[in-house]
Write a protein that binds this ligand. Sequence first.
Ligand SMILES: [Zn+2]
Length: 348
Amino acid sequence: MALNKKYESMRQGIRTQSTAKKTGGGTKFNLPEGVNFFTPKVGTNKIRIVPYDVTISKHPNKIAIGNAWHDRQFAIHYNVGAEDKSYICPKTVGQRCPICEYRLKLAKSQNPDEAVLKALKPKDRVLYNVINMDDLDAGLMLWEISFHNFTKKLNEEISEGDDDYDYFAIPDESGKVLVVRFAEKTLLKNTFLEASRIDFKNPEEAIADDILEAALDLDAILKVLPYNELEAIFLEIPSEETAENTQQPEAEPQKEERKRTPRTPKKEEQSSEDTSAVDEEAKKAAEEAAEKARKDAIRLAKAKKAEEATNTNENECPAGGVFGKDTDNLPACDTCKKWDACITQKEG
Ligand SMILES: [Zn+2]
């Protein structure tokens, strides 16, 4: 059936849009075409975790090449650079991270701002290959979830539960279907899902071979930028207008005051030649940008402090736990603005 001309571009647009949602991994993952993402729903989710074959020699769980493993833990930095994108912390693969190094430097400085330290801290995430047992037609799906909102609970259930829970990720009939109940939590206007209960059920059949073969190599899909590239994005290099802007005190959060124009060359355009041709001028620009980032960070901290003051008292756990004692024991700790102050008190 021939479409009326005016609908053709809409149809094309919708097609492009839906493809974009399904493929590519943005700034975090290198994904093949057509990967479906699993998104848990509030209430009961039935999933089966599909193992993948390890292909790297330094697997974080010390799994040898060719052996199977069921998850991939990694760390991520949120709201990085002028475009506030997310980037995998290179420490995930044993490399130096410019953001973590900056954070460390800041932490050692005279008056480290906890809100800034918190914002720069990488967050623990986990990847799984899964099958949604309520949507088998979707086939193999990729699932990214907070360590604290799911994996921690899963690990607890396995270590405290029946012996055969250890086999949950075995792809034959001895594996398990995970029945995961997700509840919605809201903390300081942030809403997220947290696994409140996990049950292990026997599957009716083995995982199909084609699904097993489709399992993504969870080590290979992590997109880890080279140090210089990530540093340039973090420090927003090149940044032409920074010199005038840094002198003006601003009460607004950093996010709002930043110019939204992309100042950093796209990743694809940065060849290895570019990085090797870093001259003195670029270094100077980097230093200026670092100084801008420091001032930005201070302003951000001030804004955050003001925001916090209106929300809670200084030494009070916003999640209802005990400040300086329950650090990392609550799911909210993962995104808590007071994490650094809290852990400092706990360890102090
Ligand atoms: Zn890092």
